[in-house]
Design a protein around this ligand. Structure first.
Ligand SMILES: [Zn+2]
Length: 338
C-alpha cells in the first residue's frame, strides 16, 4: 500500500517536472539573454506582436494595441506615436538581421501586455490597431499649418538669414547617397554670416532634449564611409541607419508644440546639455562642424555647415509643400534679417 502511494507521488512529480520544463522552454523561445538582461526576439515574437523589421533600413516598427514604436539601429531615440523619447543604448539592438527589444523596456511601456518573471517574460498577445500604425508619419501638412507650427521657432544661428540656396533646400538630390536632402542647410556663402567651428547653434524653441551625442563615434576611415555609400547605391536609397551615421554628431529636440529638430554635423555639443533637459530658443546646443561628412573623414575641414531636420509629429515639415512654399515659409519664419 505504502509503496503504491510513493509510486504515485513520484510519477506525479515527474509529470509536473516534465510539464514545467516543456512550458519554460516554450516560453523561452523568442528570447535571448545578454549581460543578464532578457530580450524579445521580435522576429519570433511577431506572432504575438505586430512588428515589421526592415533589414535594409535596420529599422523596426512595433504596434502594441494603440501604440506604434519605431526603432533604428544605434539611434538612442524611440519614436512612440509620432513623439520622440530617449532610449537607452542597450534597450534595442540588431544581430544577424534580427531585432531585439529589452523585455524590461517593454514591460515598463506596456505593463498590461508584458510581465517580467525571474528568468523569462510572459507575453499576452495584443490586438494591434491598424489605424494607429497607419497614422504614423503619413500625414502631410498644408502651407498654413506649417506656417503656424514654424511660427513657434526662431533661427538656430545668430544673425543668419534663411538659407534658400537651391541645393540647401529640402528635397534636393543627394546623389552621393542615392537619396534626397531631408532638412535645411546653413553655409557661410549663403547664410549671410560666417559658419565655422566657432559658430554657436541655438535651440530654436521651447522643448525637451531627447538626444545628445556626447560620445559620438565618427567613421574610422574614408573606406568605411565609402562602404556605406556603396550600400546606398546597391539599394538605391539611403537606409535609415546609414542616414543617421551620415548626420554625424547630433542633438535632437522634441518641441512642446509637436515639432521635432535633428541638429546634425555638429563639431561639439554643449557639455552641460543632457537628455531630459528643458530648453528654449536661447539655449546653446553646440557648435557647427562637419561630422559625418566627407570633410570629417578626409580631415580637410571642408563641408562645415549646420544641417537641421524639422519635423511635425514625425513627418518632415515640407512633405506636402511646393518648393516655392518651402522658400516662403523659411523666409517668413527663419529669417534674422527682417
Ligand atoms: Zn544638409
Amino acid at each position: 500500500m505504502k509503496k503504491r502511494v510513493w509510486l504515485t507521488v513520484v510519477v506525479l512529480m515527474a509529470c509536473t517536472a516534465f510539464l514545467f520544463m516543456k512550458l519554460s522552454t516554450e516560453e523561452k523561445a523568442g528570447y535571448v539573454y545578454r549581460e543578464g538582461k532578457a530580450y524579445l526576439d521580435m522576429t519570433i515574437q511577431s506572432a504575438a506582436y505586430d512588428s515589421t523589421y526592415s533589414p535594409v533600413d535596420r529599422q523596426l516598427q512595433l504596434v502594441v494595441a494603440d501604440n506604434v514604436y519605431m526603432f533604428i539601429e544605434n539611434v538612442p531615440v524611440v519614436q512612440i506615436n509620432n513623439e520622440l523619447f530617449p532610449l537607452a543604448e542597450q534597450d534595442f539592438f540588431i544581430q544577424n538581421n534580427r531585432a531585439f527589444i529589452s523585455a524590461s523596456f517593454l514591460e515598463k511601456q506596456e505593463p498590461s501586455y508584458v510581465k517580467l518573471k525571474a528568468a523569462y517574460a510572459i507575453l499576452k498577445s495584443s490586438q494591434s490597431s491598424e489605424e494607429a500604425a497607419q497614422a504614423v508619419s503619413t500625414k502631410q501638412f498644408t502651407r498654413e499649418e506649417v506656417m503656424q507650427y514654424m511660427s513657434g521657432l526662431t533661427p538656430p544661428l545668430e544673425n543668419a538669414k534663411a538659407d534658400t540656396f537651391p541645393s540647401h533646400l529640402p528635397g534636393a538630390d543627394r546623389t552621393y547617397r542615392h537619396g534626397f536632402h531631408e532638412g535645411l542647410d546653413w553655409y557661410t556663402y549663403s547664410a549671410g554670416v560666417v559658419v565655422n567651428k566657432e559658430t554657436e547653434v541655438y535651440g530654436m524653441g521651447k522643448g525637451k532634449v531627447v538626444r545628445v551625442d556626447h560620445n559620438y563615434k565618427p567613421y574610422e576611415s574614408v573606406e568605411q564611409r565609402n562602404k556605406d555609400l556603396a550600400y546606398c547605391k546597391e539599394v538605391q536609397k539611403t537606409p535609415a541607419y546609414i542616414l543617421d551615421k551620415l548626420r554625424g554628431r547630433q542633438v535632437w529636440i522634441q518641441y512642446d508644440n509637436g515639432m521635432q529638430a535633428r541638429f546634425a554635423h555638429l563639431d561639439q555639443v554643449d557639455e552641460e546639455l543632457n537628455v531630459g533637459d528643458t530648453i528654449t530658443k536661447d539655449t546653446l546646443i553646440g557648435y557647427v562642424g562637419n561630422s559625418g561628412t566627407s570633410g570629417e573623414v578626409q580631415k580637410d575641414n571642408t563641408e562645415l555647415h549646420l544641417h537641421v531636420d524639422l519635423l511635425i509629429n514625425g513627418t518632415l515639415f515640407w512633405k506636402g509643400l511646393s518648393q516655392e512654399d518651402v522658400k516662403d515659409v523659411l523666409i517668413s519664419q527663419l529669417n534674422n534679417n527682417e
